[in-house]
Design a protein around this ligand. Structure first.
Ligand code: ADP
Ligand code: MG
Length: 258
């Protein structure tokens, strides 16, 4: 199936970008999470969150600082345990997995993009994108081909041999996106990936991110404070009071306020 561009002009009928009948890649059911604050009191960050994201679907999550967006991504990405509820990735219940299969799930099926990319300074862009594949056991030649392909898709074909210090902030972030996609994850979780970039650079990053996620049918959850960017998703959810509320494709109006 060919994927239409996410940037269909408004006068063309927008074709669905993902198969709504496909089994969801990311499922959260009744997920709650609380922390004990500095004064010993418990802060309920996630109430009872339900979420399903299908292959090729882009869901954006907005919400005030401290509303629990990063906590939600950590729980969805099996970096943190929920207090109650269940997360499944590609049909695998995270809580049922022992340490080793859980590590495999994280490295092969889940891609993370953070605001600060943590590229390895000693290695080239190409090597940084090869690294997660080598760790997952991909042969070197195949890992290199895949890394080149992704860097091309990110518009960085000519920068493959550059080390992070020889790249701009936006280029480094695009390398980080390529790295997150290297193992063809079922789920791509992005936490304010352009938070420290200027608007033009940020737009290029997101164009590349959306395009590749769609082409590769990754289910994506994007946390952003940028309402214009959030509106480009298939669905916009607002995290407020520990609950995810659907604010539609257009997160404008008082319900969406940050
Ligand atoms: P957001 O990403 O929306 O800004 P976070 O998920 O980072 O929000 O944090 C949600 C709330 O949980 C905040 O009040 C934060 O202080 C608290 N919190 C996050 N992580 C921890 C932790 N490890 N220990 C205690 N409190 C935490
Ligand atoms: Mg956060």
């Amino acid at each position: 199936m060919s994927s239409p561009s996410p940037f269909t002009p408004a006068d063309e009928p927008a074709a669905p970008r993902f198969d709504a009948s496909a089994a969801p890649s990311i499922v959260a059911r009744g997920v709650s999470k609380s922390y004990v604050g500095g004064d010993g009191s418990r802060i309920q960050v996630l109430g009872s969150v339900d979420l399903e994201v299908r292959p090729g679907e882009l869901v954006s999550v907005i919400g005030q600082s401290g509303s629990g967006k990063s906590t939600l991504l950590h729980v969805l990405g099996a970096l943190d345990h929920p207090d109650t509820g269940e997360v499944s990735i590609g049909g695998q219940r995270v809580s049922s997995l022992k340490e080793e299969p859980l590590a495999l799930l994280r490295s092969r099926s889940i891609g993370f993009v953070f605001q600060f990319h943590h590229l390895l300074r000693e290695f080239s862009a190409l090597e940084n994108v090869m690294m997660p594949q080598l760790i997952a056991g991909t042969p070197t030649g195949r890992a290199r081909d895949r890394a080149r392909e992704l860097l091309e898709l990110m518009g960085l074909g000519a920068r493959a041999e550059h080390k992070p210090a020889q790249l701009s902030g936006g280029e480094q972030q695009r390398v980080a996106v390529a790295r997150a996609l290297a193992n063809r994850p079922l789920a791509l979780l992005a936490d304010e990936p352009s938070g420290n970039l200027d608007p033009d650079t940020s737009e290029r990053l997101h164009d590349a991110l959306f395009r590749v996620c769609q082409e590769e049918r990754a289910a994506m959850v994007l946390v952003t404070h940028d309402l214009g960017l959030a509106a480009r998703a298939d669905r916009v959810l607002r995290l407020h009071g520990g609950q995810l509320v659907n604010v539609g494709p257009e997160p404008s109006g008082p319900a969406a306020g940050e």
